[in-house]
Design a binder for this molecule. Structure first.
Ligand SMILES: *Cc1c(COP(=O)(O)O)cnc(C)c1O
Length: 434
């Protein structure tokens, strides 16, 4: 599969180039230049298929010519010692738990695959320095995924404030390949610096710099695989329509679902479950997209005023607006409705949901209330309930035991450099570490 920029379809690049550049030099974001029908590779899988088997089967076909089946099974095994978990709750509803990774957030899936595949792609030649703007959970997820990978250094930029959950034994100063740098500024400053350094081509090329931010196709594409996994697990008992409800902030998860559909997964639609930050719903319904002021909610990962994947989603709509309007259904769920949904889910199914899953469940219930709907809904549970233990307890009365691996995420660590939020300072820090 080749990739092109959303700004120009003239030149296309390999998966390796797209991953190692992160952003196209001509601007825009990388998207698949063409999509392939993958049905023959997953339709015969069944509920006994393990996730790493699915990844090892589908990834080498998607990345033909770049990832052979042997390397793909190495990627699958070194990335995934955790799996998505599909639980059928009744005739109409299933939940896809995506929080069994090291940090309890679905982003572990994309990050783990990216690190493992990057190591394979660089096996015979080259190296990469992976820069990311991070906060607690993504920082830890990055360290878990990148630590010890040959030919790769992971530089993580943290905003002011405590840095938690890292193990100093993984740092370059102790022989590892992890470089945490604190930026005297905000998370936005960190993100801006990552983009600026990628755009500084001479520097970026000297150090082979790329980013592991959520825009990297190496994180986005593998997320399509857990949708296929969910489909393989439930196809036996599917009657009627299949709709996924996806808690959406930057819309990477939802776009990955749309790729799964393009790869041939039989699906009837996706609910774009937003909280009060729902400006994107207007766009989905055919109006112009106008970002609005950010509102703080109880599902903070969805507090996004301008979705980073806007151009990718817009590209889908430009290609086939009418099809997309029948495929993606926006919903906006406020804090109260989220809390009620968490409570109802617990009462009805005896399972705890985190607030992001709560947004998805509330949106799914609304959707299912329409008399025309007679199918099956899959709720994506993107966060572990223990990550929002207080809200879970408030809404369900259940106290959540915090697993030991999450307790470790709270331990403070020192960065190996503290810099001003300027490109020159960052480049100086990198040069001195290397
Ligand atoms: C990041 C995140 C989301 C939003 O995913 P997008 O791909 O940005 O739409 C949802 N839930 C949780 C728990 C997250 O961390």
């Amino acid at each position: 599969m080749q990739f092109k920029s959303t700004h120009s379809s003239k030149s296309s690049v390999s998966f390796k180039d797209a991953v190692l550049r992160c952003l196209p030099p001509e601007g825009g974001l990388y998207v698949p230049a063409s999509v392939m029908d993958m049905r023959q590779f997953f339709l015969y899988m069944d509920s006994g298929t393990a996730y790493h088997e699915l990844v090892a089967t589908v990834a080498p076909v998607l990345l033909q010519g770049e990832l052979n089946p042997f390397s793909a099974s190495q990627v699958a095994e070194s990335a995934f010692n955790f799996e998505p978990e599909l639980i059928q709750l009744d005739e109409r509803v299933s939940v896809l738990n995506l929080f069994h990774g090291p940090t309890g957030i679905f982003k572990d899936f994309g990050i783990a695959f990216l690190a493992a595949v990057m190591e394979q792609l660089l096996k015979n030649s080259g190296r990469a320095m992976v820069l990311s703007a991070t906060q607690t959970d993504t920082g830890v997820s990055m360290t878990r995924a990148f630590y010890g990978r040959t030919h790769i250094t992971s530089v993580m930029l943290y905003p002011s404030g405590p840095i938690r959950g890292l193990d100093p034994a993984t740092f370059v100063t102790q022989g590892g390949n992890i470089i945490p740098i604190q930026v005297r500024g905000t998370f936005d400053d960190c993100q801006r610096l990552v983009t600026e350094i990628i755009r500084d081509r001479p520097f970026a090329e000297r150090y082979s710099i790329t980013s592991a931010n959520a825009l990297n196709v190496g994180r986005l594409l593998p997320q399509a695989l857990y949708y296929l996994f969910a489909f393989v697990k439930i196809k036996k008992y599917l009657k009627g329509d299949l709709v996924f409800s996806v808690p959406s902030g930057n819309f990477g998860n939802l776009i990955a679902g749309l790729y799964a559909w393009k790869f041939g997964m039989p699906v009837n639609g996706f609910i774009a479950a937003m909280n009060a930050n729902n400006a994107f719903g207007d766009f989905i319904q055919g109006k112009a997209f106008k970002p609005r002021r950010l509102i703080s909610t109880n599902s903070p990962a969805l507090d996004v005023s301008f979705p980073a994947n806007y151009e990718r989603l817009a590209a889908f709509y430009e290609e086939a607006p009418a099809v997309m309007r029948n495929m993606v259904f926006p919903a906006s769920i406020d804090d109260r409705a989220t809390e009620h949904a968490m409570e109802r889910f617990w009462k009805k199914y005896g399972i705890l949901l985190d607030p992001h899953g709560g947004v998805a469940f509330a949106a799914a219930e609304r959707f299912a209330a329409s008399p025309e709907f007679n199918g099956h809904l899959v709720i994506l549970a993107t966060g572990h309930p223990a990550k929002a233990a207080d809200l879970v307890e408030k809404t369900t009365g259940q106290s959540v035991e915090i697993p030991a691996q999450f307790m470790r995420l709270r331990k403070k660590t020192d960065p190996i450099a503290i810099i001003d939020p300027q490109l020159a300072a960052l480049e100086g820090a990198i040069a001195s570490c290397y």
